[in-house]
Ligand binder design. Structure first.
Ligand code: SF4
Length: 329
């Protein structure tokens, strides 16, 4: 699967490719950042997540739902860039947030103070205001960029890497800084933590590097150069306002290391798969080992905690997981 021009990856076209993505990835071995994070965190959890719903595909509480509303408002705000005044775009974004919030939380939700509709409006207003001065200089090319690439064996790769795999993802857009024709991948996160701290963590996270590597595989528009990732982090808190932005650069070495580490992670995962006798429960449980430091994370209890504690039988009522990050809303 060869990357096509990035110019074809407009939102509309990406959406029209939804069914193709669904078809494509179910028939291939694919990875994305979330899948690799789980594989890295706990092999047992990764196995359960791949096999059953209730893992990655499930929601992770009010924080994640509120984040979806903020992302939706952002999309509306930047989709209308260059077509309406900033004041109008802001009003449209706030309306979009309210619509989404009512759709996902209900008309009269019982939510904690930091996840209310009014709090969301205040947080978004603060965010738009903070970056108002930069807004006219960053032209959005796309506000939800979905990509799929194939990582093939290349000279210099370890001998054991012989079978390619797909890597896919979606980021929160691609922006053109017109002053120097530089292209910037955009990533937006909401967090209950301090925004500046989350931004520092994001600067070394695998995810922005994976975007840079993957989007760098596509032919870019003439006269432009992919420069880095603009990461925005918005803190979601009951009274405090904090949003932070950084322009993150990646060195060629960091990009190459991302690819090398990804291959190693995938090969280790394959090794476990190839050793496992899937007809034997003992073999599965033996090979897909547990990492009990991961049972409680910032998202709370692992969704498979009961299975680990009381036995896998508890999962028999769960459906197979067909969650697909490219087609998920
Ligand atoms: S409960 Fe803990 S050990 Fe079990 S799958 Fe989840 S993270 Fe892994």
């Amino acid at each position: 699967m060869q990357p096509q021009s990035i110019l074809t990856h407009t939102k509309l076209e990406a959406l029209s490719l939804k069914s193709q993505f669904q078809y494509t990835i179910e028939n291939f071995e694919w990875y994305d950042n979330s899948r690799l994070n789980i594989i890295q965190a706990c092999k047992r959890k990764a196995y359960y997540t791949l096999m059953f719903s209730g893992g990655l595909g499930s929601t992770t509480g009010n924080g994640a739902t509120f984040g979806t509303c903020v992302h939706y408002a952002n999309e509306i705000y930047y989709n209308n860039w260059g077509r309406y005044s900033e004041t109008d775009r802001r009003a449209m974004a706030i309306q979009a947030f309210v619509r989404k919030h009512r759709e996902l939380f209900g008309e009269d939700p019982q939510v904690d103070t930091k996840h209310t509709e009014n709090r969301g409006i205040a947080i978004l207003t603060d965010y738009f205001q903070r970056f108002l001065a930069e807004d006219p200089f960053l032209r959005p090319i796309d506000n939800e960029l979905r990509f799929i690439i194939t990582i093939y064996p290349e000279p210099g790769d370890p001998d054991y890497f012989t079978t390619p795999f797909l890597y896919l993802g979606r980021c929160d857009g691609l922006w053109l800084r017109e002053r120097d024709s530089s292209l910037w991948i955009r990533e937006l996160k909401t967090t209950s933590q301090q925004a500046s701290k989350e931004l520092e963590r994001l600067a070394v996270d695998r995810q922005p590097t994976s975007y840079f590597y993957s989007i760098g595989q596509f032919p870019l528009p003439d006269q432009t150069q992919l420069k880095g990732i603009i990461c925005d982090v918005i803190q979601v808190a009951a009274t405090k306002f904090e949003a932070a932005r950084d322009y993150i650069y990646k060195t060629p070495k960091q990009i190459l290391l991302w690819r090398a580490h990804t291959i190693r992670l995938v090969e280790h995962w394959r090794e476990i798969r190839d050793r496992t006798d899937f007809a034997s429960k003992w073999s599965v449980e033996k090979e897909y080992y547990q990492e009990t430091n991961e049972c409680y994370s910032k998202y709370g209890q692992c969704p498979f905690y009961q299975a680990c504690r009381f036995g896998e039988e508890i999962l028999s009522s769960k459906e197979r997981n067909l969650w697909n990050p490219l087609t998920a809303e």
